[in-house]
Structure formats: structure tokens, C-alpha cells
Design a protein around this ligand. Structure first.
Ligand SMILES: [Zn+2]
Length: 99
């Protein structure tokens, strides 16, 4: 499945998220008083707690600055040439298709 260039979740993220490495992790609060982040694409909410409409895990950049929910990770990983840090950055060329 490919994502259209005009997908509603796209708003210029390629400027800062293209080619990034991500690792799947449980959400943890970065500091006291900051209890959530949002998926950089669908704006889904990530929190340490399990609650309705809240995700407790997703994919984060090494600095934990950007988070992406599992659905958006799957949808955009090819378009953004993402790698998974857990896999040692391995890229499967067969999945890097461009439609
Ligand atoms: Zn998302």
C-alpha cells in the first residue's frame, strides 16, 4: 500500500524526519510536568498510562524528540526512507519501493 503525497497527515515532515532512524519503545515522560507527546503525523496522543484514545508505545528518534505511532510508522517508512535502529539500521531494499 502506498500513501498519497496529499495524505492529510503530511505537512512538511520530510524536512526534519526524512531518513531518520527510529526505535520502537514504550512511551516515557521526558521530564516532570511533560506527560505526553503526539504522533508527528496523525497527532495521536502518546502517554505512559493506558487510556482510551491514547497510545503507550510507538517509535521514537534517538533523542526522543519525535514520536510516531505504529500505524503512521508503517504508512510512511518507505516514503521517508526510515530505518529501525533495533535492526541495526538494516534496510530491506525490497521494501523501499517508490510508487
Ligand atoms: Zn500516527
Amino acid at each position: 500500500m502506498s500513501i498519497a503525497e496529499n495524505d492529510w497527515r503530511l505537512r512538511g515532515q520530510e524536512r526534519y524526519l526524512r531518513g531518520r532512524a527510529w526505535s520502537r519503545r514504550r512511551y516515557t515522560s521526558p521530564r516532570p510536568g511533560w506527560d505526553h507527546d503526539h504522533c508527528a503525523f496523525c497527532w495521536g496522543k502518546l502517554m505512559e498510562v493506558q487510556a482510551a484514545d491514547v497510545l503507550d508505545e510507538g517509535y521514537a528518534t534517538d533523542d526522543l524528540y519525535y514520536w510516531v505511532c505504529p500505524t503512521c510508522f508503517d504508512d510512511f517508512k518507505a516514503m521517508f526512507a526510515w530505518t529501525l535502529a533495533e535492526d541495526g539500521g538494516r534496510i530491506d531494499p525490497g521494501r523501499m519501493h517508490v510508487d
